[in-house]
Structure formats: structure tokens, C-alpha cells
Design a protein around this ligand. Structure first.
Ligand SMILES: [Zn+2]
Length: 220
């Protein structure tokens, strides 16, 4: 099976798609955020070091993240399981580091999935999101199919719905634009390597999954 590296803007549904791949095809979901947290939790020498860096508000060095990632990849590969990498790379430098890591581990059967979501759709999904204060059910007052029957009230338990995002349209736009500008050189890098797959993430989760599935067993 093909291994994947996931790159996605906010609200594209990366978590949902990862979970579907894990459940249906036995993918190993490798999140660099989780790897860092696990290392801290197990209190290894490196974990203690990472904890100091993180609690001082600094970013953990790329080399540290890569070391953890490489160890995890080695063990996943030895089990002969396909993997999804989530949270790395976030910069062109990290992308090159990942390529080197793949070369060292003889991994060539991978694709980079970019979950393409335009600004308007991402904005609706994030800014429109409502959650029920009673039962936790999610709604969206900017997406027709997800609106509550009565504005501001939960269909199931009649509790009050509250906004999930603290963003204003302006701060969301800044966040989104920053993301897109940072991600562009990474996408170009993978496009040049012939590894990039563009997935239309404005579709429903099931349809996105169908698109991704066509690549799972793709013969190179
Ligand atoms: Zn409710």
C-alpha cells in the first residue's frame, strides 16, 4: 500500500480522513505532535529536554522532531504497515529533511496529499461552527446542511448553541493566508518530485475518502 504525508489547511478534515484510513486499511497514523507528547510523557532524557523547550515557549528543533519521526517510522516499517505522516513537514527545510529520512529508510512508495480547501469554504467551516452546550452536538450556521432547525438552539436537547471559534473574519483570514503562503513552497517541492496529489476537500467526507482511496493501492 502507498504511504501518505498529509498536508491540509484548517478545517479540511485531515483528522477524519486519517481515521478512515486507519480503520479501513490498517494505516499507522504518525502525528509529530503526538510523538513529542509521548516522548515527554515517558520522561526519557530527550523527553525531559523537549519538555524544557516546550515549557519555555520555544519551538522544538527540527532535528529532534526528525529523530523521533525516524525512530517511529523504523518500527512501523518493520511491522510492514503503511503509514500516514501528519504535522510534518511545515517548512521547505523540513520537507527536504523528510526526503533524506525516507531515502535512508528506503521509502519511496509514498504520496503527499494536499487537502485543497478554498478560503470561503474554510471560513464557513471554522467561523460557522456551533456546539451544543448540553449534549455537545455540532452544527454550523453558515453551512446549509448543518444548520440547526431553530437558530441558536440544539435540535436534540433544546440547549443553547455556542460559537466554537474565537476568530473574527479578519483574524481567520490572516491565519488562512499565512498558512497558504507557508505551504506553497512545500507543495511546489513535492510537485517537482512528482509526489503531490491534490484532493478537493470541499466535498463531503465520504467523497473525499473515495478520492483518497483510489491512491491507496496505486501501482507506481
Ligand atoms: Zn444538544
Amino acid at each position: 500500500m502507498i504511504n501518505f504525508v498529509f498536508i491540509a489547511p484548517p478545517a479540511a478534515g485531515k483528522g477524519t480522513q486519517s481515521k478512515l484510513l486507519v480503520d479501513k486499511y490498517g494505516y499507522n497514523h504518525i502525528s509529530t505532535g503526538d510523538l513529542l507528547r509521548e516522548e515527554v510523557a515517558t520522561k526519557t532524557t530527550l523527553g525531559i529536554q523537549i519538555n524544557e523547550i516546550m515549557s519555555s515557549g520555544k519551538l522544538v528543533d527540527d532535528n529532534i522532531v526528525l529523530t523521533l519521526l525516524k525512530n517511529k517510522l523504523s518500527s512501523v516499517l518493520s511491522e510492514n504497515k503503511p503509514f500516514i505522516i501528519d504535522g510534518f513537514p511545515r517548512t521547505p527545510n523540513q520537507a527536504e529533511m523528510l526526503t533524506n529520512c525516507f531515502n535512508e529508510l528506503n521509502v519511496d512508495n509514498y504520496k503527499v496529499i494536499y487537502m485543497d480547501l478554498d478560503y470561503e469554504e474554510a471560513k464557513k467551516r471554522v467561523l460557522g461552527r456551533l456546539v451544543c452546550s448540553g449534549c455537545g452536538k455540532s452544527y454550523n450556521d453558515m453551512v446549509e446542511s448543518l444548520m440547526p432547525k431553530k437558530s441558536g438552539i440544539c435540535d436534540s436537547c433544546s440547549s443553547v448553541l455556542s460559537k466554537r471559534s474565537d476568530d473574527t473574519e479578519e483574524t481567520f483570514k490572516d491565519r488562512f493566508d499565512t498558512y497558504i503562503n507557508n505551504v506553497k513552497p512545500i507543495l511546489n517541492y513535492y510537485n517537482d518530485l512528482n509526489k503531490l496529489i491534490n484532493i478537493d476537500a470541499s466535498k463531503d467526507a465520504e467523497d473525499i475518502f473515495k478520492d483518497i482511496e483510489t491512491y491507496v493501492t496505486e501501482v507506481r
